[in-house]
Each structure stands twice: as C-alpha cells, then as structure tokens.
Ligand binder design. Structure first.
Ligand SMILES: Cc1cc2nc3c(=O)[nH]c(=O)nc-3n(C[C@H](O)[C@H](O)[C@H](O)COP(=O)(O)O)c2cc1C
Length: 379
C-alpha cells in the first residue's frame, strides 16, 4: 500500500475508490452538518503547552480500557455495513485491529455477522446493540455475543428515532436506494467498487441473516424499524441489560452529566461521549467540549471514552488530557478499509500510533498518565 502520511491522505485514497453517494454517506451528517464541523473545530481550537528539557527517550502509548490491555488508546468504533466499501468488510478491519493490539467494536448493523467477525481473527471484540426493548431479540444478541466471546456490549442510546440526513435523502441513499442515471455513470467510473458491490459481496446486515426472512436489505430495514430501532426506550432497559450480562457494559451517545451519572448508577462500566459523529441530531455541542464536565462528574465510577472528529494523534492526546480513557474512531477506519482493506486499517493504526508518540515526545510528557489539562491551552 502507498505511504500515507495522515488520515486525510487515507480519506483521499478512499474517496478516489468510492462513488459519490457512498463517499457522502460516510462523510455526511444530520441536517446542516453543523455538528460534524463542530466536532473538528473543537479539536482545532485547542493547542498544546509543551514542557522542554524533559527526557522523552522512553515514550509509551499502551493503556487499558475496561481492564483490557491495548497498544494505543484508539479503537475502531461501531459503524454498520462496512462491506459497502470493501468486500472483506469488518472481517478485514478486525484482523488489522488484532494485529495492532486494539479492540474492535462490532456494529449491530455490520455487513458480516458477529460470529464471522469473531472467526476472522483474535481481536478482542465489543458488540453494539441498538436497543433491548424487544427482550427476545436482545436476549438472542446477548447469547450470541457471549458465545462469540465478546468482552463488552455497547448500548447505543442516541437513536430512539433516526436523524434527518438531508445529504443522503438528496442522494437517494435510503432504503430502498433511489439510483439515478448520473449515479450509474458514477458507478461505472468506479469499476472495482461496482464489481465488489454487485458480484463479490452484496451489502446485507450479517447479524440479521436467519432472523429476517430472506435477509434482503429491504426486509432487514423493516424488521429493524418495527422491532429494534424503537422510540420507546427507558433507563430500565439498561438495568435489564446489566442483569443479563456480566461482561463490560458501555453506553454510547452520552452528552450530559446527568445522563452519564445515571448510566454509571445503572451499572455501565464506561460511557462514550458521542454525538454519533453528527449523524443524528444537528446543533449539538462538539463532544470534546462536553468531555471535561462529564469526565469530572463520573470520575472513578465509569471510564469515559469519546468519539467524533478524531483524525490525528494530537486529537487523541487532547482528549486524554481532558479526561478520556481512549478514543473511538469510525470514519477513519471506514476510509482506511476502502483505501486498502486490512492493510489500509493497519496503516491507520500506524498513523495514530506514530502521531501520538510524536506528540507525547514533543510536549515533554512521554507517558499517557502524565496527560492533564496543564498540557493544553484553550484559545
Ligand atoms: C458510516 C457510518 C456508520 C455508522 N454506523 C453506526 C452503527 O451502526 N452503530 C453505532 O452505534 N454508530 C454508528 N456510527 C457512528 C459511529 O460509531 C461514531 O459515533 C461516529 O461516527 C464517530 O465519529 P467519527 O466518524 O468522526 O469518528 C456510524 C458512523 C458512520 C460514519
């Protein structure tokens, strides 16, 4: 694979391989995409306050997340349907994650099933649930996650209803998709993607094969709408999930102190400060801006993770200095997978590792435990 210097190079390489409507589906967000931009701006507003004349010859970026050793504080977060961008989808990404020494988060809407992903390599796995309102379906997923030796379950709490994604609606990226003549021409201009999408691996939601008759995208989408993506959620669902699962429990989609405290009180081992990468509700604060108050409030009760706009090792260092244990990234691994399959995701990990280590050395804090707010300047 060509040498890419940063995540932006990986993004460019991915975009060259993907048709426009898929590129925009990945990059896009809800409504005006203010929140997508805000996530990035928050990282860019913060600069470092380096200390000099510190011996930085030994720099370490390994840490633990929910007691699990990871080689770096970067985890691929749950992102559905990765087989849309590469025929080996999540299996390739999980293999690269295992080699890099991190944890792979499987989306409930993954292209491959959690059993296939677990069988693809030996990465520690977390598995995401959209809800547990329908206890029969939730129990099946919990049993499957246990059998596949997942270390943690992630409950996504920020999608009781779907976000309004105007960009996708304009592009016809809906169920079923509305494909226009200009899209067909664009597909033809990306023959490798077209061949993979039509012949090698058609997009399905692997976890629903066997649950839904035929498991076509249309049938799966209706099943999800009727039985899984329900607006009738409550905190009791989390307590129920806690009573059914004794592995790690992660609540993803927290943006306020009261919700973070409630999640911890109900037994969550970690919360992910997340606005779903700006893909659900628009006009939300950047996740980095709410991270410090949540980290202060839940300190010692649950670990705090963050996602949304993490594109550089420097962003990871900033998030850790503001109280995060680790960062989840979604678009970066999706781009890396599209750009180069397993080797692409391996490259993404190398970029983050090299950049984090470089920043630690240059700010004079060679160990992650030394990252505090004193390392940063705001404004
Ligand atoms: C293409 C794509 C698909 C996603 N699918 C899911 C999903 O199935 N479940 C989920 O909890 N979050 C999903 N997310 C949200 C991510 O887990 C994450 O919260 C967000 O994208 C992080 O921001 P980043 O993409 O800027 O790193 C998805 C994000 C993207 C970009």
């Amino acid at each position: 694979m060509k040498s890419y210097y940063g995540i932006e190079d990986i993004e460019k390489a991915a975009n060259a391989r993907l048709p426009r409507i898929v590129r925009e589906y990945i990059a896009g967000g809800a409504s005006t995409e203010y929140t997508v931009a805000q996530n990035r701006r928050a990282f860019d507003r913060i600069t470092f306050s380096p200390r000099v004349m510190v011996d930085v010859s030994e720099r370490t970026i390994a840490t633990t997340v929910l007691g699990q050793r990871v080689s770096m504080p970067v985890l691929p977060g749950p992102a559905g349907l990765a087989s849309l961008v590469h025929p080996e989808g999540e299996c390739a990404a999980a293999r690269a994650t295992a080699a890099a020494g991190s944890i792979f988060c499987i989306s409930n809407a993954s292209g491959y099933s959690l059993e296939q992903i677990a069988g693809a390599g030996n990465a520690p796995l977390w598995f995401q649930l959209f809800s547990c309102r329908d206890r029969t379906i939730a129990r099946q997923f919990i049993d499957r996650a246990r059998a596949a030796r997942c270390h943690a379950l992630i409950l996504g709490v920020d999608l009781p209803i779907g976000g309004l994604r105007y960009r996708d609606a304009r592009n016809g990226m809906e169920f079923p998709p509305r494909i226009r003549v200009r899209d067909l021409l664009d597909f033809a201009a990306h023959p490798r993607w077209l061949w993979n999408a039509l012949v090698v691996r058609r997009a399905t939601m692997g976890n629903y094969v066997g649950l839904v008759d035929g498991a076509s995208m249309g049938a799966t989408a209706s099943f999800l709408k009727e039985r899984v993506l329900t607006p009738a959620v409550s905190w009791d669902d989390l307590s129920w999930l806690r009573s059914q699962w004794d592995g790690g429990l992660v609540v993803k989609g927290i943006l306020s102190v009261p919700d973070a405290l409630e999640a911890a009180r109900r037994g969550a081992d970690a919360v992910v400060v997340s606005n779903h990468g700006g893909r659900q509700l628009d006009w939300l604060p950047a996740t980095l801006d709410v991270l410090p108050e949540i980290a202060d409030a839940v300190h010692g009760r649950a670990e705090v993770l963050i996602d949304g706009g993490v594109r550089h090792g420097a962003d990871v260092v900033k998030a850790l200095a503001l109280g995060a244990r680790a960062c989840l990234v979604a678009r970066p691994w999706y781009w890396a997978l599209a750009a180069g399959g397993e080797a692409g995701v391996a490259r993404m990990f190398r970029v983050f590792a090299e950049e984090i280590e470089n920043v630690l050395g240059l700010i004079g804090r060679p160990r992650l435990e030394q990252l505090t707010r004193e390392c940063l300047r705001v404004g």
